[in-house]
Design a protein around this ligand. Sequence first.
Ligand code: DHB
Length: 307
Amino acid sequence: MLKTVFANHELENPFMNASGVHCMTTEELNELYHSSAGAFITKSCTPLQRTGNPEPRYIDLPNGSINSMGLPNKGFDYYLDYVTHTPYRKLCFFSISGMSAAENLDMLRRLETSSFDGVTELNLSCPNVPGKPQLAYDFEQTERLLTQVFDFYRKPLGVKLPPYFDFAHFDQMADILNQFPLTYVNTINSVGNGLVIDPDLEQVVIKPKNGFGGLGGPLIKATALANVRAFATRLNSEIKIIGTGGITNGQDAFEHLLCGASVLQVGTQLHKEGPTIFDRLARELSDIMKKKGYAAIDEFRGKLKDL
Ligand code: DHB
């Protein structure tokens, strides 16, 4: 009952990891591949490997998480080798997050000519590299980059966005995205540059960036749902939505789907619980659907009612 069609692939269910969680190494990727997740994605990569920011750089909180990883990754070739040598059984997404437009274009050119036949996620929203702004908060640069990308890139491509908090920004970004043949828009990345402190120790809880980091988990769910809904109601219907942010149980998943998401990514709770979370989420979402009398997700996807 959870079967989902996405980018011409049939997924057993709509659940997958959010990039960054449990996807840095081939061991972790294999665990996702063998889990009950409907799809999976690699860690956002750069052309060359990076060690990232000093630790501690990821902390679980009672109501979510804060991180400032700084794009540690094993480099583009490591992930390309993995995805082109893994037998196809479940849809694989490849996340790239270059430090410049040139790096992103370089990696996309190499993906285009490779045998990779999954879906590429262009991350426009990493908040954790000191001195580097989140690209998708610069509307002109985003439009310029996507114009350059779609000059040559023909394989399925989506973008990962940061959260927006203003209707003018939803409108402006949707107008830009609607000009391009995007397969999907993934909303939201972590809520950038929060600050979590320990009042007993009178200090910050992560080391990089004086404690500033991206927030995830239940504490960002309302912002995530708002962004999913805002883009679902503004984007061309050919552009699918991946809903990310605050999914810890079947009800959260149901809410994201009601707002219009097609696929659902799980970060903070996957980090806490490990890949067996996908069994629980699938069971809980199925139970909700059965109680409500829904036989398929398409019966309620995007059908959130206004008052
Ligand atoms: C990192 C964090 C992100 O939110 C992201 O989109 C990419 C990378 C990181 O800090 O590694």
